[in-house]
Write a protein that binds this ligand. Sequence first.
Ligand code: HAM
Length: 400
Amino acid sequence: MMMRRTALRFGFREVATPIFEHTELFTLKSGPAIVEEIYAFQDKGGREIALRPELTAPVIRFFVNELTNFPRPLKLFYAGPCFRYERPQSGRYREFYQFGAELIGNKNPESDAEVIGLAASIMRAIGLDQYHIRVGHIGILRDRMSDHGVDDGSCAKILQKLDKKMYEEARSMMEEAGIPDHAIEEMFGITQVRGDVSVLEGMEGEDIDYLKGVFQVLEWYGMDDIEVDLGVVRGLDYYTGIVFEVEAPSLGAEKQVCGGGSYSLSELFGGEPTFSTGFAIGFDRVLMALDKEGVDNEPEGLDVFVVPVDDDLRSLAFQLTARLRESGLATDVDLMRRSIGKSFKYADSMGARFAVVVGQRELDQGSISVRDMRSGEQRLVSLDEVVGHLLEETRRVSSS
Ligand code: HAM
């Protein structure tokens, strides 16, 4: 809910894509080896089908098929289950839930800063206290490798080793690819660059300037707790520009709660090459991190619970419930024909902020009784004004 609300506030709109897809959607970029890591099978018609391991490729395919005429940038978000054929362990599941966003537009630092800013705002909005956002640029290493004639396939394999911080394996693959020792040392040195944006001072190149531009926009947005880390490499091989990760240190081994970066996939699905940038948050991991921090993650409670005092007043109680719901207040009404005392108890267990008691005695005076469920204070409000009164009260208590 908070994630959705934050994305909407940033001007992103929700999209949904199918849970199972043609396997090809995921092998086009990553090659057939990816089949080992996903749930891929044949359906009864002999079609190659896969349960989606992520939503970036499906969203870009959707864009190419349906959304290319929409004004840019397109700012899309999604939430849903993903499946990967992994060895399950704490924080790593075969079925997990992702919340993600993709911005399809122009290659400029504003676009990348927008998605990084959204990820950071979501972390704040959900109440996570301990997290680090580290941003790098994969182009810096990719360009150096291609300068030494390393092909895309070998480059992807080397980057995967660097992503896992397996430097010795990376070194032997780099040697095999013909990269001279001094260049290997230089690249390893790049992966160690980490700190606030000042660590980029004195470094040169188009990608470094771009990264500085992203940090400039983040500063305009007032986001000064984001770090540079040129060692962020990312395991997926479609990234070409900015790459970033969010870690929650309380989680131990599987501490990456969010990963993202910029890429272009549209050409794989028959579209024009289009700059895109995005991220996905691992919902299960975020919940674990919140739990470890002791953040109360209960669903938001009800605003109002309506209690008819006797059967004759049920029609009025239900009409009032409908008006309260239409006004936007989360409202429930007694469906169990309970006594007032039991209804209050139930309303309390549902986290209701206010209870409205529809009783004949008060109605005879044109009023209704509104109870503050926290203080127990009860007051009479005129029937005509009760919706407005509750709207005002809920706004007041939620901002205090
Ligand atoms: P990813 O890093 O593969 O990126 O996954 C994003 C997040 O999903 C991870 O940071 C992690 O929190 C969570 N996650 C991944 N695998 C598992 C698992 N087996 N169990 C639990 N949680 C998991 C992507 O998926 C890209 N599509 C992100 C992106 C969007 N890049 C650009 N746009």
